[in-house]
Design a protein around this ligand. Structure first.
Ligand SMILES: [Zn+2]
Length: 282
């Protein structure tokens, strides 16, 4: 192989960094969230030529701020503090029945006032089905604002198993052809459902899990089935199973170096696809 994933320039399209007050709650704990630290992450980025990262929230007031507007404002400040290094997607929260009414305005402020670049939806944390009618106003607003929508899709949690399932995301992709959707974690263990429907997928969180389950050759076949035009490099830093936080990029690059992508294809996955979605020129 003529190139090395550690050295090629990359955009990590799925990263969690916590606001300082929330990060402080995890410090000293054995949790990966103790590493959701901007300064710590910034060092790692530089080591592995991660040129840019997309900071994405989790629709979870216990992790980010309980005041969603404050989270979005803080994310906007991170973009400003590190121009061209960090881009951020807007958070939304569900408070009782207000989701339907409030979220379009929350998103509009996040984009217009704080300069955020997209919307992150985590249906499991919202306890809302992705194809619920309640999602329609905020998706309509995303279309109007011309911003991409990233959706957590790793059906896992008992009782809320199915609300982020790829087929539900695909329904919304059909209904909103004017929105660019990114299905996170390749649809998780429902990746086969993501294969035929969901458009762009990020490879965060599940890549090491796939290798563990299926081995390198089968993982290569799965990535090939999606193809280099749909895959987006991402890790889900710092919350990755099967690897230590400090070793996330080591693990990811090591796996990706064993795939059969040409250098040109790797460039699309590592940088080009997400740069096109976000209109990043440099
Ligand atoms: Zn995530």
């Amino acid at each position: 192989m003529s190139y090395d994933w550690k050295k090629i320039r990359k955009i990590d399209a799925h990263v969690h960094i916590l606001p300082p007050e929330r990060l402080a709650l995890w410090k000293g704990e054995e949790s990966p969230w103790a590493h959701a630290d901007l300064e710590e992450f910034y060092q790692i980025m530089n080591e592995y030529n991660v040129n840019k990262a997309i900071l994405v929230p989790t629709n979870d007031g216990r992790l980010y701020y309980e005041n969603v507007d404050r989270t979005n404002q803080w994310l906007g400040q991170m973009q400003q503090r590190y121009p061209k290094r960090f881009y951020a997607f807007a958070d939304i929260l569900k408070e009782g029945a207000y989701f339907y009414e409030d979220t379009p305005y929350v998103l509009e402020d996040a984009i217009k006032e704080y300069g955020l670049k997209g919307l992150k939806i985590h249906p499991s944390n919202l306890n809302l089905d992705m194809d619920s009618l309640e999602m329609v106003p905020v998706l309509r607003k995303a279309a109007e604002l011309h911003v991409p929508v990233m959706i957590h899709s790793n059906p896992c949690r008992v009782g809320f198993h199915d609300n982020c399932a790829p087929d539900k995301i695909n329904k919304m992709i059909q209904i909103f052809p004017d929105v660019t959707f990114i299905t996170s974690h390749m649809g998780g263990m429902k990746w086969q459902d993501a294969l035929t429907g969901c458009t762009y997928v990020d490879i965060s969180s599940v890549l090491p899990e796939f290798v563990d389950l299926y081995g390198i050759e089968q993982t290569n076949r799965i990535l090939r089935m999606f193809g280099p035009d749909r895959l987006i490099f991402a890790t889900d830093y710092p919350d990755v199973k099967f690897t230590n936080t400090e070793e996330i990029y080591e693990t990811y690059c090591d796996i990706l170096n064993q795939m059969d992508f040409s250098e040109e294809e790797a460039e699309k996955i590592a940088y080009g696809n997400i740069a096109k979605i976000l209109n990043i020129k440099e």
